[in-house]
Design a protein around this ligand. Structure first.
Ligand code: FPP
Length: 243
């Protein structure tokens, strides 16, 4: 098997757009915050499942810059989830040797939430080879602009390498697979630069209903896809023979 045909291969890095908490709750006549609480539990389960399968990196989209325009009560509910449950959930994941990183403009979060997140990052900063990126107050366009400014301020010529290494995920391989739940088929400003060659997988299920088996089905579909990275089938076959 060559490098482009990935039968049986696991994605090294999965991006997860956790959409549908609100609709899941509405259907059950529950407040949106209940949807987010169930989403948090599901996120924990899926992360455990992904790292146990051998995936090395996962990036979860927990709050976009645009989500910050939601009613304050909903945002407060999400911040409370971080205060009350996030650390317990993360401890379990990080015991697997996973480094936690928060990506996004964390300064937009309440001070105490920032402190909790920074402490969790600090706690796991020695771990290498496995990582969980939690995107909070995150937007890919802002990330790209920030990275361009960093590269220029460092006196570097703006190249794909200098820009890419100044992204929040600069030392992490690009996502191989991006999964979005909730039935919408778009990236919504998530990892736009890094997703150039990611395989996309969309599920109709609302996030709290997206099971470990659903994750495994997405990974199995990924394993059956052919990645050509812009080359022709013939070139890919030639690459494989040369390996
Ligand atoms: C999108 O669903 C989901 C969010 C904006 C929040 C995602 C959060 C979690 C899964 C759990 C909490 C995790 C952390 C780290 C805080 P939506 O509310 O837009 O659903 P809808 O499209 O059905 O309205």
């Amino acid at each position: 098997m060559g490098k482009n045909k990935i039968e049986g291969a696991l994605p090294r890095h999965i991006g997860l757009i956790m959409d549908g908490n609100g609709r899941w709750a509405k259907k059950r006549l529950l407040p949106r915050s209940a949807g987010h609480a169930h989403g948090m539990d599901r996120m924990e389960g899926l992360l455990e499942c992904a790292f146990d399968m051998g995936v090395s990196y996962v990036t979860v989209y927990a709050l976009s810059t645009e989500n910050l325009n939601r009613p304050q009560a909903e945002l407060d509910g999400l911040y409370d989830l971080i205060r009350k449950h996030f650390i317990r959930a993360m401890c379990k994941i990080c015991q697997k040797g996973v480094r936690l990183r928060v990506i996004g403009d964390v300064s937009l979060l309440p001070d105490d939430v920032q402190k909790i997140l920074r402490a969790a990052e600090e706690e796991t900063k020695g771990y290498e080879g496995k990582g969980l990126n939690v995107a909070l107050c995150y937007g890919a366009r802002a990330e790209i602009v920030r990275a361009a400014n960093i590269a220029v301020e460092n006196g570097e010529k703006l190249t794909e390498e200098s820009l890419s290494s100044a992204l929040y995920t600069g030392d992490v391989p690009d996502p191989d697979l991006i999964i979005r739940t909730g039935g919408e088929m778009r990236l919504s400003n998530f990892l736009l630069y890094q997703a150039a060659y990611a395989e996309l997988y969309f599920s109709e299920k609302m996030f709290p209903d997206f099971s470990d088996a659903d994750l495994k089905a997405a990974v199995a579909e990924f394993a059956g896809r052919t990645r050509r990275f812009g080359k022709t089938d013939e070139q890919c076959k030639e690459d494989n023979v040369q390996e």
